[in-house]
Design a protein around this ligand. Structure first.
Ligand code: 13P
Length: 249
């Protein structure tokens, strides 16, 4: 953890669950965990019902993507303002599954992030290298390029969040070594501070990729790791709460 930063444990539910299951999961998480910010990011059709189920609780709601435009002829897309209206406070942008499955590049992520900020949503920008890039020793330079291409002016002062998610660790049960996670997080902090100044010392840097109750305490204890972005384990209330409970304090 970074001293002085309030930890955030975020759940990315991806394309899982019925509406009923989403509301049940939200109800099971509602009371949260003392001293930790919790966020869940359901699929679009479940977002409003989940936000209603969480009203008055300790868990915030986010979306998994948004369009860069405010409105218009964009069949199948959703604007940042619509997400706000439905109860979201955060939005995940540039997830590797969006980059891979929908061809999103850094410029697209930048435009979406600007739209999110303009609508009053807190963006969580995902960055991370593929396995080939890591093996070639390029992890840090890939992340640096993604940050410089996708993080807009105003991001840090608005409270924007970065998630480091190595692509090869997502859904695989594999994670980088603790020293590799710490090294990339330190690099992300350096890059942000160099560009945005001291305000970036309190930007929350999340780690994502196969975070489970069994490895959460070790990962969350690392310097500059201010929380986690959790996929699979966020679909099981007990596991997600156990990860939040593993935040050192
Ligand atoms: P897993 O926790 O299932 O590896 O997913 C991580 C992720 O992609 C969160 O955005």
């Amino acid at each position: 953890m970074t001293p002085g930063i309030r930890p955030l444990i975020a759940g990315n539910w991806k394309m899982h669950g019925t509406l009923r299951e989403a509301v049940q999961l939200a109800e099971a998480l509602r009371d949260g965990v003392e001293g930790v910010d919790l966020l869940v990011c359901p699929p679009f059709p479940h977002l409003h019902a989940v936000a209603v189920a969480l009203l008055g609780g300790r868990v915030a709601v986010g979306a998994q993507d948004c369009h860069a435009a405010q409105r218009g002829a964009h069949t199948g897309d959703v604007s940042a303002a619509m997400l706000r209206d439905a109860g979201a406070t955060h939005v995940i942008l540039g997830h590797s599954e969006r980059r891979t499955n929908h061809g999103e590049n850094d410029a697209a992520v930048l435009a979406k992030t600007e739209a999110a900020l303009a609508a009053g949503l807190l963006p969580i920008i995902c960055v991370g290298e593929t396995e080939a890039e890591r093996l070639a020793g390029l992890a840090e330079s890939v992340v640096e390029k993604q940050l410089s291409g996708s993080v807009p002016y105003g991001f840090v002062t608005a409270g924007g969040i970065i998630a480091y998610e190595p692509v090869w660790a997502i859904g695989t049960g594999r994670t980088p070594t603790e020293s590799d996670i710490a090294a990339i997080h330190a690099a992300i902090r350096r890059i942000l501070v160099a560009r945005f100044g001291p305000a970036a010392r309190t930007t929350r840097l999340l780690y994502g990729g196969s975070v489970k109750p069994a490895n959460a305490a070790a990962i969350l204890a690392l310097p500059e790791v201010d929380g986690a972005l959790v996929g699979g384990a966020s679909l099981v209330a007990a596991d997600f709460l156990a990860i939040a409970g593993a935040v050192p304090r």
